[in-house]
Design a protein around this ligand. Structure first.
Ligand SMILES: [Zn+2]
Length: 307
């Protein structure tokens, strides 16, 4: 069995309070719930395809069994007992890695101009899902590659990626008092911001990253400002970030721009949910998805100092 790693409540680096990352073990019940949730998720319908691609035997099982809950249960039970050693190894490696992330967490705080006010612990759980979902202050990290004998994406990158979302949501609480973002705009904002920050110092240095592509959903998105050539969304945020190096101010501007672009972002998301990674393969879909989001004519952006 993988032991849950318990850490003291927080640690302090050069007067900066840093959060802890606590690894919890994978349990059969929580895994079944997680699979069931993402096989039927209303906001992430495409995740079902990701699960089917990664677990073809589950698909066969679900197609032949009447009771889908029982089928998921049967499949997960078998997976966990067949791959127990690999699962435990992945979880204990993550626990070791979690203890050495102080410099990355510090870089994350610096990159976002954010300070944790009190010591908190984020919970990380290994999962057999092919992606790493999160929920409030906890996230799951996929260990599926380890089970299939492939190289595992580094725990530190997954952890800092997910924690960057938690920090962003914390910062959005006050910014969104002026008006909330739609869930699609929020989703794209969080992924684009994380991809941008991971490619810029200090995070790129702390995580030893070069060319971090980020979530596939934001890779093809582009923006277009008046009398400028279209730019990839992430490239534009990176440029703005390196110019201002004041992330909270930049975030306020980004929220306004994303709010003004909610309609287009909603359309992009609909497309992604329908076609998923096919968008990378088929030219027509690709062209459509990467058609630039026009920023110029938006209402409420007149007062902004656009680039
Ligand atoms: Zn993400």
């Amino acid at each position: 069995m993988v032991r849950a790693e318990l850490f003291p409540a927080g640690c302090i680096i050069k007067n900066m309070i840093l959060p802890k990352i606590k690894i919890q073990r994978l349990t059969q019940l929580s895994e079944i719930r997680l699979f069931y949730k993402f096989l039927n998720h209303p906001q992430y319908p495409n995740h079902k395809n990701l699960i089917y691609n990664a677990h073809p035997k589950l698909r066969v099982l679900l197609e032949s069994e009447v009771n889908s809950k029982a089928a998921v249960k049967k499949y997960i039970k078998n997976m966990i007992s067949a791959h127990r050693t690999a699962i435990e190894k992945a979880a204990s490696d993550a626990a070791i890695s979690a203890r050495s992330l102080k410099h990355c967490l510090e870089a994350l705080g610096k990159s976002m101009g954010f300070r944790w006010r009190k010591p908190i612990a984020y919970v990380a759980r290994p999962t057999l899902l092919p992606f790493s979902p999160f929920d409030k202050l906890s996230f799951s990290f996929s260990i599926l590659s380890r089970v299939y004998g492939k190289e595992l994406e580094s725990f530190s990158r997954i952890a800092i990626h997910e924690i960057s979302h938690f920090v962003l949501f914390e910062m959005l609480k006050s910014i969104e008092k002026q008006g909330k973002l739609s869930s699609d705009a929020r989703h794209y904002l969080k992924e684009a911001v994380t991809a941008a920050l991971f490619n810029e110092a200090p995070l790129s240095r702390a995580l030893r990253i070069e060319n971090y592509p980020g979530n596939p959903e934001i890779r093809l998105l582009r923006v277009k400002f008046p009398s400028k050539a279209p730019l990839p969304l992430v490239k534009w945020i990176r440029d703005e970030y390196s110019k201002s190096s004041n992330f909270p101010d930049l975030l306020i501007r980004l929220v306004r721009i994303f709010r003004a672009s909610q309609k287009e972002l909603g359309k992009k998301r609909k497309m992604w949910n329908r076609y998923g990674k096919k968008i990378f393969e088929e030219r027509r879909l690709r062209n459509n998805y990467s058609r630039p989001i026009l920023i110029a004519k938006k209402k409420g952006l007149e007062k902004l100092s656009l680039p």
